[in-house]
Design a protein around this ligand. Structure first.
Ligand SMILES: [Zn+2]
Length: 85
């Protein structure tokens, strides 16, 4: 068992485009990058889907995307959101 207390966390939910714009405004790098030559002549696109800004202790997440930021984190930020609960 491992316990962490997070005292000053801010969570910001954004749509995919706003998240990439935020990433670019903070890092100067595009939120979506073309990555050539990963495998032979195949290329891929790498997209920022969420990130934590250490300087402002802020987590930037796509809303309702549990894979990126987690189902329970949504509860921590939003409270109860299941109907019939
Ligand atoms: Zn739930």
């Amino acid at each position: 068992m491992e316990t962490h207390e997070i005292s000053n966390l801010k969570v910001v939910f954004l749509d995919a485009q706003s998240l990439q714009d935020m990433w670019k405004s903070k890092t100067g790098k595009p939120g979506t990058q073309f990555q050539p030559w990963l495998q032979k002549d195949l290329a891929s696109v790498k997209t920022v889907r969420g990130f934590y800004d250490f300087s402002t202790e802020t987590l930037y997440c796509p809303k309702w995307n549990y894979e990126v930021c987690g189902h329970e984190l949504h509860h921590a930020a939003l409270g109860h959101f299941h109907p019939n609960e």
